[in-house]
Design a protein. Structure first.
Length: 237
């Protein structure tokens, strides 16, 4: 009896140590201690979305080469029932952000996102890629056009390419939320709000009113919604 107790304690310690290591290395962990016994994967999108080029070493980043394989593993794991995405990002590489957003949107399991702090720039399509999205009241989302730095060899060609990228972003966001493409473009081109840029900053409730995010709420609301989506999916089988 005592031996079984000791083995149980050791397993729990090993589990906690494994979770701590996962959080430290990738910001990802499996949540399976809830009373409903649902196995949920947690994915955090923090800082800058790092793409094909490495960000400075002192920057907090989310690396797409880590996230994409993890999402593929989640889809392939029959035990994972849902995905919770926590976002606090300044944006970053457009191609990498869209790749992550498309992967999340194509998952067959229920997904819920929660914007904490900020979900700016390419963080917007990542936030709306989930089946249902939340934002805390104090969080903000900056919506602005695609920007590019550096030397342009062909200005007209570069501009057309940027327009195409912009169209991909607005089409994705409007498809996965309740805001229209036309309204999204209006917010992107607003000149009255940002001092050094065009665009719009939406606070929590404003993001919901504009139809970008589904609901204002916190972590408990997000988990409850995810559990409800999981149970709804199970009942349909």
């Amino acid at each position: 009896m005592e031996k079984n107790k000791e083995e149980g304690k050791q397993k729990e310690l090993d589990r906690e140590e494994s979770q701590d290591k996962q959080i430290q290395e990738t910001g990802q962990v499996v949540l399976d201690g809830n009373s409903r016994k649902h196995k949920v994967e947690l994915l955090t999108v923090i800082g800058e979305i790092e793409g094909h080029e490495s960000a400075p070493s002192h920057s907090k980043t989310t690396k797409y080469e880590h996230v994409l394989p993890k999402l593929a593993l989640i889809e392939d794991d029959e035990e994972i029932e849902g995905l919770l995405i926590l976002l606090n990002t300044v944006g970053g590489d457009v191609e990498a952000g869209l790749a992550i957003a498309e992967m999340i949107a194509s998952l067959s399991i229920p997904t819920v996102s929660l914007v904490l702090g900020g979900g700016h720039s390419i963080g917007v399509p990542m936030a709306v890629s989930a089946d249902y999205s939340f934002i805390v009241p104090s969080a903000t989302m900056v919506i602005h056009p695609v920007r590019q730095n550096g030397m342009f060899i062909g200005v007209a060609q570069t501009y057309r390419n940027m327009e195409k990228i912009q169209d991909r972003i607005t089409a994705f966001v409007s498809k996965h939320s309740d805001i229209t493409k036309e309204r999204l473009e209006e917010l992107m081109l607003d000149t009255s709000q940002l001092v050094k840029d065009v665009g719009t900053m939406l606070e929590g409730e404003q993001a919901v009113k504009e139809g970008v995010i589904d609901e204002v709420g916190g972590i408990r609301d997000a988990l409850d919604k995810l559990y409800a989506l999981i149970e709804e999916k199970k009942s349909q089988k």
